[in-house]
Design a protein around this ligand. Structure first.
Ligand code: SF4
Length: 346
């Protein structure tokens, strides 16, 4: 039996058919889910997806929303460029495509934030077409199944994976097959502890057959994780308002509201015209991004701060406790506010 037949047989019995973006399966919902799933696991995505769709039920409602509103509904998912591109694409679709996603991979890939694999995933899942999909899960399955050496992010390895993915694509039920191979990677052929005993293609899997499953896919060579230490100020005005600053559009946490910090190298107290002596240090916080390992020293200063405190620019604002929970905030910032401001009020 062929790879695709075995896989489809397994998927018919065990595949996931009731994920929130599958019921109902509209192009808009599939697109939002595919973008959320680009760097995030299904179980993490589900509550975010429901909340996002509840707030922005279709392209037109998304297209007329503010970046702040969209980022607030993305807050905690990370890789915020995805949310900004989602908004840009919604505006383009509203203006040029009558509020719909275009229906060809070529037109989809021309939109912000949609690469070749994502375009094909949307084409396949939303429009019921057969198309090669090569997301992280599929790459892992294929790298193991064919024992393909080398880091999948390298162009030559990517091309090799794309080629075998195309060769495996069946003539019939291409859309189900695409969902099936993604499901296999997400549920059995997982990054850690793959469940090869229950895998429908284990008999012909080269990595499994040679006892080398843990060697595939090869990790990214020489990924350097940069260490970064900086301070963050929790500055309140004595009335429960906290000072937040909007991050520059590019770079880490681009466009999100954040606590004032000196991660750009400019001493934060000096920049805000504050006396560093009047701040109390809190427990150090560690936070990891793909390339950066952060050590954050939070400092709190309140009550004795003058009302209004700092004079604000357009990218600075005092937010009250009913406002900041709804903002797009980086995860460590939300954690600090929830830990120290909410506790403060009890
Ligand atoms: S046998 Fe194991 S490694 Fe091979 S495809 Fe199946 S789950 Fe993945």
């Amino acid at each position: 039996m062929e790879f695709s037949e075995k896989l489809l047989g397994w998927w018919d019995q065990h595949g996931r058919k009731d994920l929130p973006w599958q019921q109902p399966r509209t192009a808009y919902r599939v697109w939002v889910a595919e973008i959320m799933l680009q760097q995030t696991q299904v179980k993490t995505v589900i509550p975010y997806f429901k909340r996002f769709i509840g707030r922005f039920p279709d392209i037109r409602s998304l297209a007329v929303s503010s970046a702040d509103d969209v980022l607030a509904h993305w807050s905690g998912l990370g890789y915020y460029a995805r949310a900004r591109n989602l908004l840009k694409t919604a505006k383009i679709c509203a203006e040029r495509h009558d509020g719909q996603l275009p229906q060809t991979p070529e037109a989809l890939v021309a939109l912000p934030g949609i690469g070749e694999s994502t375009a094909n995933a949307i084409y396949s899942q939303a429009f019921g077409q057969a198309a090669v999909v090569l997301d992280g899960n599929v790459k892992r399955v294929l790298a193991r199944y064919f024992a393909i050496e080398g880091w999948p992010g390298k162009s030559s390895i990517h091309k090799q994976l794309w080629k075998v993915a195309g060769e495996l694509l069946p003539e019939k039920r291409g859309d189900d097959y695409t969902q099936a191979i993604m499901d296999l990677g997400a549920t059995l052929c997982t990054r850690t502890k793959p469940d090869c005993a229950r895998c429908p293609v284990n008999e012909s899997c080269q990595a499994f057959g040679t006892g080398r499953v843990s060697e595939f896919p090869a990790p990214r060579p020489g990924l350097k994780v940069r260490k970064k230490s900086f301070r963050m100020l929790i500055l309140t005005d004595g009335n429960g308002n906290v000072l937040l600053e909007r991050r520059p559009p590019a770079g880490i946490w681009g466009g999100l509201w954040s606590l004032p910090s000196d991660d750009d190298g400019r001493p934060v107290h000096e920049r805000l015209g504050l006396d560093s002596e009047s701040f109390e240090p809190l427990a150090t916080l560690r936070h990891k991004l793909t390339h950066i390992s952060m050590t954050i020293q939070p400092l709190i200063g309140h009550a004795h701060m003058p009302a209004g405190g700092v004079e604000c620019t357009s990218d600075q604002r005092w937010f009250n406790r009913h406002e900041w929970p709804a903002l797009g905030l980086p995860r460590p910032v939300r954690h600090l506010l929830e830990t120290y401001l909410e506790k403060d009020e009890k």
